[in-house]
Design a protein around this ligand. Structure first.
Ligand code: DP6
Length: 361
């Protein structure tokens, strides 16, 4: 598909007002997206598990307006007006206007809330931009009811990417791949696709416990981190490694070989942070407790042979990944050994989910 495929034709309907509500999940990358080129195209392909519990619910009400200058919208986060989110949304609307030409014809009221605590250090841009894109696509479908399901979701992912790269992986369920890869048919830099190869059932119910090590603001945003990959001395090799990791993951995802899965996933997490530590300027997002947890996971795995591993986002929190079959003993391990390294002992249990859903209000 090309950019032109996302430009709509004439709309059949022109409703005076209406509303759309969607809930979109967060996702956790196994092979990481880190580095991009304009506009929001990834430097390398990535793949993620779609989560279930951590999600953003967004409603967009729309009403015809007379003045068609600029965009007009109010924004409420968890029930309260949220002025500091508005510039990001405004930029997003500017970027997507050519694909949704009705945007200036309506005044929008956007109401959004997260299932996870606001200052948990869990990035809400993926689930937030995915939920907002789905609401806007829902409105487009009200204008163009003939739109088919596949185009609806592909375009939602395309728009979400323009809001935040990883958001394009928060539309569909289970495993989502984003970024052109010669060995993955239909893969695209412009949107995420449901992983097209065999996936062992063990991964369909995989668990992710998010250990909230540090809930404060990060010193360096993802946006800045992505930019630092431009002049990065190891960028070329890193991007190639991500391509190779996707190739290596294919038989692992099919067979359910957790030993190999763990190696790839932990290597990806540490490489992501190694890129941060070797950029100029360099930075460290891990905290002492992040390392304590990693060491305890390694010791526990060696001692008990339980297939638990970790991955990291661009922050200090640790995602503990394990199959649902070992959930009971891993929960004891978390309580006994890991919770003490979390801020206020907090963690969130999540698992692989089925993707975004429409909420009928
Ligand atoms: C480390 O999607 O947050 O989580 O495109 O600038 O919004 P922007 O970046 P973002 O980057 C996420 C990076 C990551 C890895 C990943 O999810 O693949």
């Amino acid at each position: 598909m090309t950019e032109n495929d996302f430009l709509p034709g004439d709309y059949q309907n022109s409703p005076e007002k209406g509303k759309a509500t969607w809930k979109a999940p967060s996702n956790i990358a196994l092979v990481k997206y880190w580095g991009k080129r304009p506009v929001q195209m990834p430097a390398n392909p990535s793949i993620s598990l779609t989560l279930d519990v951590c999600a953003t619910r967004t409603s967009v009400s729309f009403e015809k307006r007379d003045n068609k200058e600029g965009f007009s919208f109010d924004l409420f986060f968890e029930g309260n007006p949220k002025a500091d989110f508005k510039p990001k949304i405004y930029t997003f609307l500017e970027r997507i206007e050519m694909y949704l030409p009705f945007l200036k014809e309506y005044h929008f009221t956007i109401e959004t809330s997260n299932s996870f605590p606001h200052s948990s250090g869990i990035a809400s841009s993926a689930s937030g931009m995915a939920a907002l894109s789905l609401c806007l696509m829902d409105i487009e479908r009200q204008l163009d009811p003939a739109m088919d399901q596949a185009s609806f979701f592909t375009k939602a992912s395309y728009l979400a990417r323009l809001g935040s790269g990883s958001a394009c992986r928060s539309i569909k369920g289970n495993l989502v791949q984003w970024g052109k890869h010669g060995n993955i048919p239909e893969s695209s830099d412009a949107y995420g696709i449901e992983y097209p190869f065999e996936v062992n059932p063990v991964f369909r119910s995989y668990c992710d416990t998010i250990l909230l090590v540090h809930k404060g603001q990060k010193q360096v945003s993802s946006t800045v981190g992505h930019q630092l990959m431009h002049a990065h001395p190891y960028a070329k090799n890193r991007f190639q490694q991500a391509f190779d990791h996707l190739d290596k993951l294919k038989p692992v995802l099919a067979s359910g070989d957790l030993g190999e899965f763990i190696k790839l996933v932990e290597s990806e997490a540490l490489t992501l942070h190694a890129m941060m530590m070797t950029s100029m300027p360099y930075f460290i997002l891990m905290k002492p407790d992040t390392l304590e947890i990693i060491n305890k996971i390694w010791a526990y795995r060696k001692e008990t042979k339980t297939p638990v591993c970790f991955t990291l986002d661009a922050g200090a929190n640790v995602h503990l990944l394990y199959p649902s079959s070992v959930k009971k003993k891993v929960l004891n391990f978390i309580e006994d050994e890991l919770a003490e390294h979390c801020e206020n002992g907090q963690y969130i249990h999540d698992q692989v989910g089925e993707g975004a859903i429409k909420i009928n209000t």
